[in-house]
Design a protein around this ligand. Structure first.
Ligand code: GLY
Ligand code: MN
Ligand code: MN
Length: 540
């Protein structure tokens, strides 16, 4: 007992002394404000239920580094696993007359577990530092007495059923199991069928054909939908548009099938997309920092690069710069592809031992306090672009300039892509690599833009651009070995990717610290690097 007391006392001392943390995290007020903003978008008489991300096992008793689900982080700031958040559209009253509008269940404090795997906030820490009026241990969730049937809508994401049941009686597996019991979630619930029913339910006579096309798209992804009698009846009815009785009967069948449940598996994503698309100033401070760190990483690599470097070492230099600035993670696995490897869009092996005179495509992003950058530079490992490399690079550069110029408030989401694609197609035609614009996708097979924020491919509505949105503009040209063109182009892969703030004053280049034009890159590669003097003993 004495020994146990001593151990507890030393753990307390350990945690008290381990409190020196960065001071620029999002604040409790930010997260609380986001929950209020979320609530304002909720349908009447609804509850939203969100779960933390699962822990993933790497091997034996080693797990992958834990990363919180970005929605959960955005709404709570709680970054531990095994937690569940409930947000109510309007205040709820307990039997003894107290009101509440949100509930959070978190990992229970446990000195022994914390000694091995790190500090837990626990109920008290969650209340003290995350702005919740009350919080509960996960083990109390099973006993939570809420009649979910009393809500018009229960919003949640479909379950991936990909988490383990550990010895802990309140792990994510148990929380989800309790929740499924509480809402009466059927074991055979077919989310895509319910989505199709919802779509049919919202059909008016004049948009029937649009809905039918959408339905056929869903059916091409999930053939079982075509076997459903209710869907079959509806499709049959749409083929006899003059017969209102058949259509009414089909819609009644849909209503009957869907009304058994008050689940809403789409609404949560729609609200979160609306909220996360535009960034608040607190978020912009972190996102700008992640982007500037990543841009400095690109510059430092340009200075340090030489033909004897390996892809792995290049990756290491970028990631060292990230850590030096205090960025916790990479926002996605780092991509460093020399020569033909650059043609693999998400190449992450990064194991070529020597880059020689090839182009090196480097697509990396630091994650700083949850926000991730996404910056790509393509540079010649020997410091000088060959005429062919330069010809391709300049087309991509001009395409990116056009894409950035099109990134303005009110423009459709597709505007940067349309502008960049035209420049790429014209450029490839002028070099004789293609004959007509429709062939350009052969060498430019991906989109030009995505939202950026807590996720590298962040959430958003894909509507016209709004101020305070951050997107990437990232055209590329990839000519794999063996392509149907003059072999002098083979193995050239160029992507230039920058992070752009869409603002009322026009597009703002956030990744400006990374040299971008041929001239600026060649000049940067002539600069001395602190790594020139860094050598390690040979291990041969
Ligand atoms: N780094 C992944 C992307 O550019 O979308
Ligand atoms: Mn990107
Ligand atoms: Mn990228």
């Amino acid at each position: 007992m004495k020994a146990y007391f001593f151990l507890c006392a030393s753990l307390v001392a350990f945690f008290v002394t381990a409190q020196q943390l960065p001071t620029d995290y999002l604040t409790a007020d930010f997260h609380k404000g986001r929950r209020d903003a979320f609530r304002a978008e909720m349908p009447a008489n609804s509850v939203a239920v969100l779960f933390s991300n699962p822990v993933r096992n790497r091997a034996n008793d080693v797990d992958y580094i834990y990363h919180q689900d970005p929605d959960f982080h955005y709404l709570t700031g709680y970054n531990e696993p095994h937690a569940v958040l409930l947000i109510f559209s309007s205040p709820q009253t307990t039997p003894d007359g107290n009101t509440y509008k949100e509930l959070i269940f978190v990992q229970e404090r446990n000195a022994r577990a914390e000694q091995w795997n790190g500090k837990r906030l626990g109920v008290e820490g969650t209340i003290a530092s995350l702005g919740f009026e009350s919080a509960y241990n996960g083990s109390e969730f099973a006993a939570l007495d809420i009649n979910f049937k009393s809500f018009d809508k229960v919003l949640f994401y479909n379950f991936n059923n990909d988490y383990r049941d550990t010895r802990d009686g309140a792990d994510l597996f148990d929380l989800v199991k309790s929740f499924k019991n509480k809402i009466g979630f059927p074991a055979n619930y077919n989310a895509s069928l319910q989505q199709v029913y919802t779509l049919i339910q919202s059909t008016t006579e004049k948009d029937t054909q649009k809905v039918v096309s959408q339905l056929k798209r869903y059916m091409s992804r999930d053939a079982s939908l075509a076997e459903d009698p209710v869907v079959k009846d509806f499709l049959n009815a749409t083929m006899q548009p003059k017969d209102q009785k058949i259509m009414d009967r089909a819609k009644t069948a849909v209503n009957l099938a869907i009304n058994q449940y008050n689940f809403d598996l789409q609404g949560l994503g729609q609200i979160m997309s609306g909220l996360r698309e535009t960034k608040l100033p607190e978020e912009m401070a972190l996102l700008r920092k992640a982007i500037e760190i990543s841009a400095v990483g690109q510059l430092e690599v340009m200075k340090a690069m030489h033909p004897g470097m390996s892809e792995t070492e290049v990756q290491g230099v970028h990631e060292y710069v990230y850590k030096k600035y205090g960025a916790e993670y990479e926002g996605y696995p780092s991509i460093v592809g020399g020569g033909n490897n650059g043609c693999i869009l998400h190449y992450i092996e990064n194991n070529k031992p020597e880059l020689g005179a090839e182009l090196v495509l480097m697509d990396l992003g630091a994650e700083y306090h949850g926000y991730t950058a996404d910056v790509t530079r393509t540079i010649p490992a020997n410091g000088v672009f060959s005429p062919e490399q330069k010809a391709i690079y300049d087309i991509v550069y001009n395409a990116q300039e056009a894409g950035i110029a099109a990134s303005v408030v009110g423009a459709p989401f597709s505007a940067p892509g349309a502008a960049a694609s035209k420049v790429v197609a014209d450029g490839l035609i002028s070099l004789g690599l293609i004959k007509e614009a429709s062939e350009a996708r052969k060498y430019f097979p991906h989109g030009t833009s995505h939202y950026l924020g807590l996720d590298v491919h962040d959430k958003g509505t894909y509507g016209p651009f709004k101020a305070n949105t951050v997107i990437t503009v990232e055209p590329g040209i990839y000519i794999p070995e063996g392509s149907d063109c003059d072999p002098k182009w083979w193995g050239i892969a160029v992507r230039i990717e920058d992070d752009i703030l869409i603002s009322d004053q026009g597009p703002v280049l956030l990744s400006y610290m990374a040299p971008r034009s041929v001239e600026a890159i060649e000049a940067a590669m002539k600069l001395p690097s602190p790594l020139d003097a860094f050598s390690l003993p040979s291990l041969e």
